[in-house]
Design a protein around this ligand. Sequence first.
Ligand SMILES: C[S@@+](CC[C@H](N)C(=O)[O-])C[C@H]1O[C@@H](n2cnc3c(N)ncnc32)[C@H](O)[C@@H]1O
Length: 191
Amino acid sequence: MNYGYVDRRLNVKKLELDSCDEAERYCVQLYHHVANAVCLAGLKVLEVGCGQGGGASYVKRYLQPSSLTGVDFSQSNINFCRQKYQIPGLNFELGDAEALQFADDSFDAVINVESSHCYQDSAKFFAEVNRVLCPGGYFLFTDFRPQEAVVNIQRQLLAAGFDLIEVENITANVCLSMELEHQRKVDIINR
Ligand SMILES: C[S@@+](CC[C@H](N)C(=O)[O-])C[C@H]1O[C@@H](n2cnc3c(N)ncnc32)[C@H](O)[C@@H]1O
């Protein structure tokens, strides 16, 4: 349920995927780009706004955190995720990004992909992420905003207590994915 990502560098090795994941390559590549910024192996990970769970499933199977909890505001998405993905260490819960149901210091990393634009108050969300993260934990975050709003998002992240370790504008990578995916999406919609 995201716009995807394409690595535009020449001669870069293509992300290796099992054949069952190939159809969602571009969406998976966005997750890989964001989540693989740190080594998640053995960590306790939360994804907020997990949608229909494909990204959470990819991260659990390929990047091997010890556990991954996906949270979404939509009960039908959570029902779908629970039915489709029965993977040890991967679970899904109904929840609200702006009032997370977890205790302080519960996770080593939090992932958030193309979801925060839906929230009423992104500053509140960032404060919640900081609260549920262990000290030294990682927030792996991507979304779109009008260009003039990006500075404010960065200010909110700093105000919530984060250090900005790596900031990247991936607009061109996402736009290329949208171009390459266009016909496949039209075909799905027509079906
Ligand atoms: C565009 S989808 C992206 C889903 C997924 N991250 C992906 O990339 O496939 C945005 C998701 O955010 C969820 N969402 C919106 N508001 C939310 C909130 N306040 N708390 C948790 N999830 C929320 C929506 O239900 C939807 O599943």
